[in-house]
Design a binder for this molecule. Sequence first.
Ligand code: NAD
Length: 342
Amino acid sequence: GQDSLFSADDPAARIAALRREIEHRSYQYYALDNPTISDGAFDSLMADLRALEAAHPELVTPDSPTQRVGGYVGEQFAPVVHEQRMYSLDNAMDLGELDAWMERVREACGGSLPPLCCELKIDGSSIALTYEDDLLARAATRGDGTTGEDVTVNMRTVRDVPLRLREEARAAIAPGVGGLELRGEVYMPKKSFELLNVAAVSDGRQPFANPRNAAAGSLRQKDARITQNRDLSTFMYAIADERALAVDGQWELLQWLREAGFHVNPDVRLCESAEEVRDFCRVAIERRDALPYEIDGVVVKVNAFSRQRALGFTSRAPRWAIAFKFPPEEKTTLLRDITVQV
Ligand code: NAD
């Protein structure tokens, strides 16, 4: 098209066109929970933009999609400003890129690889739950990372979300801490997603493209009774401010979250070597189809909070974690479902 006519000698025009395209697709994905291209196609637009920006660093702007958390804050929910930003994750598209990341971590940690916590990457929607005096006070989506949407009423209907923290969890909470913000993923099991779409088609409604959009769309309902009738679950894995707890790493945090009453994914491993991490990734790929919920990769995190703090964040993602993405396989499902929509 016209863009490609300009692209060869005008990187600025090509960059502008890519950003427009990415923003348009992101709006449909995040705001309307209704993607119009496959994730693979979206990721390659992002890869093109990243490559162009790397070749022309003077054209990088702070509002470029490569520099921020992709997301959306809708009008139908009250905005919630996150006390600590919610980040996305950088990706490793294959084991080679994962090795390169571990190598960078090793260097940054004085030449030896620190223990790494491996978790499944749940393909759902990010959620932040705030507990005040042990009680669930607020639930918010990630939104653009700085501001999310208040979905408290909807999240209260999700059955595995504790409305009160268990007593056993209290001992680890630092004295004087009023609120605890805990984070994780809301997801819809594969089976429930399929049933929901069968029902949608027979009612003449638009089906969801994948379980992730189904989870996000079910959560972001104006009428919480609709959310209540959707089969949503959570896996919790993070805390906004780890100084609020007497735990010193990701592994210990997961044990605490379980004690506090949260649903925590059992497939975690604290790895001491790069080979163990690669092993975890291989096993996850093999087990992927057998799991009742969708995963799209493995998240590898530097375990110790002190090291995480030393490594810090870029504008959109932590340097102490990486998402090892599985090779895409479910594009046909997505395309088939989109064909159903049009
Ligand atoms: P992401 O979903 O790939 O990764 C970051 C998220 O992973 C975190 O925010 C967190 O919610 C989640 N996560 C799951 N399990 C986790 C765990 N154990 N520990 C930590 N985090 C965990 O990144 P993103 O920026 O939210 O979205 C990008 C994805 O969305 C890409 O796959 C992209 O293709 C897709 N997308 C598609 C379209 C489209 O039009 N098809 C548009 C926009 C985005």
